[in-house]
Design a protein around this ligand. Structure first.
Ligand code: FDA
Length: 310
């Protein structure tokens, strides 16, 4: 119930305007978002790299409403790739196709995305297509499989969500393509017709998909903070003789830093998803929905910020 309310609120732009206008929740945001600029995001990556952790950088922002915004987002990603290269960071980028014009015109989205992939190719870097709500799943996979992957097989990969009933089939499709998959549980509010209402089914599908990707997939990214699943992945890798160079764990910036560091100490690869930019509200609300205990944290921050401004 609470999760659904928070996910509903994540889609209310007028609430974000209020929160941002009044400077609320900035302190809380800084725990999960690496500032609003390319420089602040890259500074955060320097720290992660020093701790043996790689990164994927995400310029926050979802569906754009006009062509100029899509092109501007694309331009910022080019600057970001340049800066990652210039500073020699161990980082790649994650993009949302709706931020690159998917809801406006496929051709526009293809043009902007191709430009990003061309730049990534120059630097031998990598671009992950984040997965959004289920209304975009097939469109994203078609766009990836038909327009991007054939030309940029080393540069581009997808995300699949174990919350969706279709995902094990999509995993088989991805394995047949030989493409790179990030497996996550799924952060969006979905109807029971397409997604499992019970968390235990989401988790069971995650484990099944993870084991298939680890054995037959191409360098999967296991994106989860679920310690039971991570322990299982490690046991599975050891039993099957799958080395630490064959997959990576992925976690979100600011979430379970203890676990990120422990895995690195134990010799596993860890990549942290580093979001940055001015459009942090929907991202933050999804993080709250995942762990309502964070509400106490946000409430404390908001109160502190209000008091300090008096
Ligand atoms: P689960 O929600 O079961 O949580 C397991 C444990 O992790 C919790 O008990 C808690 O301890 C900890 N935890 C989880 N979330 C937390 C939080 N916000 N704050 C503090 N602790 C927390 N989704 C999507 O739909 N499309 C995408 O492209 C991506 N991309 C992506 C990349 C990366 C690198 C990650 C890690 C995640 C995503 N996600 C995503 C989000 C993902 O779908 C999912 O919503 C979150 O990862 C939370 O699910 P867990 O797998 O961590 O398990």
């Amino acid at each position: 119930m609470l999760r659904n309310t928070l996910l509903y609120l994540s889609r209310q732009p007028q609430i974000f305007r209020f929160v941002r206008h009044n400077g609320l929740a900035k302190g809380f945001a800084s725990r999960f978002v690496a500032g609003e600029t390319i420089t602040s995001a890259c500074d955060a990556v320097v720290e992660l790299n020093a701790a043996g952790i790689s990164a994927t950088l995400d310029l926050l922002g979802e569906s754009v409403t006009n062509e100029a915004e899509a092109r501007e987002t694309g331009r910022q990603y080019l600057d970001l790739l340049d800066e990652i290269h210039r500073r020699g960071l161990n980082a790649n980028v994650s993009v949302k196709l709706t931020a690159l014009g998917q809801d406006i015109r496929d051709e526009l989205c293809a043009e902007v995305t191709t430009e990003i992939l061309e730049r990534a190719k120059t630097y031998d870097s990598f671009v992950r297509l984040d997965m959004e709500g289920s209304a975009y799943t097939q469109r994203t996979l078609d766009f990836f499989g038909q327009r991007l992957y054939p030309t940029y097989p080393r540069q581009v990969g997808i995300v699949l969500q174990s919350a969706l009933r279709r995902t094990l089939d999509d995993i088989e499709w991805a394995i047949a393509q030989g493409c790179r998959v990030r497996l996550c549980k799924g952060a969006y509010l979905e109807p029971a017709t397409v997604a499992f209402p019970e968390k235990r089914d989401v988790d069971a599908t995650y484990v099944e998909g993870m084991e298939r990707l680890m054995t037959r997939g191409h360098y999967p990214g296991l994106a989860t903070h679920d310690e039971t699943i991570i322990t299982r992945a490690i046991a599975f890798a050891r039993a099957a003789g799958i080395g630490p160079d064959r997959f990576e764990f992925q976690m979100l910036y600011g979430v379970r830093r203890d676990l990120q560091e422990r895995l690195v100490r134990e010799g596993w690869r860890v990549r942290v998803y580093v979001p940055f930019g001015t459009q942090w509200y929907p991202y933050l609300m999804r993080r709250l929905a995942e762990r309502p205990a964070n509400i106490a944290f946000i409430a404390g921050n908001v109160l502190r910020e209000m008091v300090s401004r008096r």
